[in-house]
Design a protein around this ligand. Structure first.
Ligand SMILES: [Zn+2]
Length: 324
């Protein structure tokens, strides 16, 4: 018998890709299967800003924008709430999904067919975030959703609020009337005319090189869920998070560990460890406890191997959908 690689051991604990194929409910049509394997995959990493970032979850303030902040463990920290992280990564995941569908169809005799037709056929409608979710596709199976008259699928992915490692005094700055910021009432304005105080937008932002550790847990995961999540995060880094994300909120993400267990640490522990430079060898600090079987934990290049499985797993998903 050949010895299993660590990635094989990891994969063997996950659900089959066919569990992502929706069932056909007599009354309501296509709906994502409820899968409960009690297994989880935890992904741990650090996101570092590469540009100005405006984590803003509140509305209001006519011409002023404030970064969300909290007092936590002796520091004032920029706060990056779970709901915002999830929102951006869900959209990135959907963008990736649509692109992969179209590539697959092109390479498998589907011609230049758009994702919409395929979605309508396989999931009952062209799933659109946030107002017209199909509750049947891979994205809805992972991130959850509701549709009137059809029901709901629970989200299988859990996010946690995160905070800057650095103190506000170090990582938050404010500025006036920046070029490139979306300020509706200045578009088309004659810039040679001196502007009044009222047309300036005063805003705070998180500076580049600010670190936010994160923990994400996927329940009843397939290998496609994990590989797709890793790719979606990288895509979201390019698209941008936070307010004015067209120009701002770019990140680079380092994945520190991916495990089939629950974390024995929290985001707060990660903050302390990063502050003290204690995460240079993630293996020493990042420990996990049993979900179903003994956790298999991947680090460094082993995580890149999961990412390399995306295309093969996606193909398997498309084949499972087409076989129906
Ligand atoms: Zn959907």
């Amino acid at each position: 018998m050949t010895e299993q690689t660590k990635l094989d051991q990891f994969t063997n604990q996950l659900a089959a890709v066919a569990t992502l194929v929706p069932r056909d409910h007599k009354k309501v049509g296509k709906i994502a299967q409820a899968i409960y394997t009690r297994q989880v995959v935890t992904i741990v990493g650090v996101k570092t800003t590469t540009s100005r970032f405006l984590p803003v979850s509140h509305e209001g303030y006519s011409n002023e924008t404030y970064v969300d902040k909290v007092e936590l463990w002796g520091k004032t920290r920029a706060e990056f709430i779970a709901r915002k992280l999830k929102g951006v990564e869900r959209r990135a995941h959907m963008a990736l999904f649509r692109e992969k569908v179209e590539t697959y169809l092109r390479n498998n005799g589907g011609g230049q067919q758009g994702w919409q037709t395929f979605f309508e056929e396989k999931f009952g409608k062209a799933c659109t975030i946030p107002d017209s979710l199909c509750v049947a596709c891979w994205n809805c199976s992972l991130f959850g959703g509701m549709e009137a008259g059809k029901g709901a699928t629970f989200s299988r992915i859990r996010y946690f609020d995160t905070f800057s490692v650095e103190d506000a005094a170090e990582c938050i700055q404010s500025d006036d009337s920046p070029e490139g910021m979306a300020i509706g009432n200045t578009v088309g304005e004659d810039l040679s005319v001196e502007r009044s105080e009222a047309s300036f937008h005063r805003y705070e932002y998180v500076k580049a090189e600010t670190r936010f550790p994160f923990i994400t847990i996927i329940e009843s995961p397939t290998l496609l869920d994990v590989a797709g999540y890793l790719a979606a995060v990288k895509l979201a880094d390019q698209h941008g998070y936070g307010k004015y994300s067209a120009n701002h909120g770019k990140f680079k993400t380092e994945f520190l560990a991916v495990s089939t267990g629950y974390p024995l640490f929290s985001v707060l522990d990660l903050l302390t460890w990063l502050e003290n430079g204690e995460l240079t060898n993630p293996k020493e600090k990042l420990h996990f406890e049993t979900a179903v079987n003994n956790p298999v934990t991947l680090f460094g290049e082993e995580i890149d191997e999961i990412r390399s499985k995306l295309d093969g797993q996606f193909r398997a998903y498309m084949e499972a959908l087409t076989k129906q």
